[in-house]
Design a protein around this ligand. Sequence first.
Ligand code: SF4
Ligand code: SF4
Length: 343
Amino acid sequence: MNQSLLHEAEYYDVIDEEEQIVQCHLCPFECKLKPDEKGKCLGRMNITGKLYSLTYGHATMKIDLIEKQHVFQFFPNVRVQTFATYNCNLNCIYCSCSEHARIDPEQITGKKYTPDQVAMFGIASGSKVLCFGDSEPLIAFEWVRDAAKVSKEKGLKVLLRTNGFFNEEPMKEILNYVDAVMIEVKAIDNEGYKRICDGGDFDLVAKTMKLILEKEIHLEISIILHEKLDNDEATVGVLANFIKTELTPEIPLHLVRMLPAYKTMDLTPTKTELLEKAYEMAKEVGLKFIYIDNVPNHQHANTFCPNCGDELITRTALSTEKRRVSLQGRCNKCQSPIYIVLK
Ligand code: SF4
Ligand code: SF4
């Protein structure tokens, strides 16, 4: 094991001193690990009776517009510095970053960043928002927490893109250092999670979403649709009802087109008609902000005022134009408050 990868993990117990067995409490899989065993995520390992995070500081970095992170109502059109960590606790068949998500940490050759460097790069690049996303950032929990904390202290906003399948205590801790969260819902029941991700639990992800809302952190939700996943308009009806009744109908819902990747290379991209039917379903349920996402120039990538219907933000494949919403987050035409963060 490359020693530079090692950092003692938090959120674990030694459950058998003699046999040096530890149990990780970061996510609901609660892996019990003998010495030299890695967890289901591959990113955490028992070494001589202690649990280590194997990827502390290892990430790739890129800059793009926030819309590329599928977040539409949190500082629209700003530049975001995104750090992509390694490994994931789920194994989604359509994962577009499986080379990051399924890598053995011993094969990682990329750069290492200290938490201070993360903030420094964010400031130097002129990005207002730092994003931890692409693959699952919370597997590198300790590093993301440390980097998010320093970045917030330096005045940057922090966006987290996560599958939300984590235990309450670590989730509560990380949320202290986060300004916005995109939760990528995979299915609306455990059968769906098993089929698409080889594990996971909708009710536990729902608990994470409620926690985010309780903490008054900006939340957006996405789901990838495809008939071969059995994620269709009926699925969206159930999800939209959950959002409306258990969260709030203000939360933006992104209906995302699947592009073939990883184990879905033999499928065609999601048909636009399916996304449009799902859009109508979410609208019928009463959600206020619904997006068809990953379909360039679709009119439902735009933001409309839920009260007067005026087009507030126009999005094309190449640009985002804020047109008719005030800095205080009100529709310019009818003055209704909009669920949006602009300052
Ligand atoms: S974070 Fe990884 S090691 Fe820990 S319980 Fe989840 S899958 Fe297992
Ligand atoms: S949760 Fe995201 S990173 Fe993890 S396997 Fe699924 S798509 Fe890939």
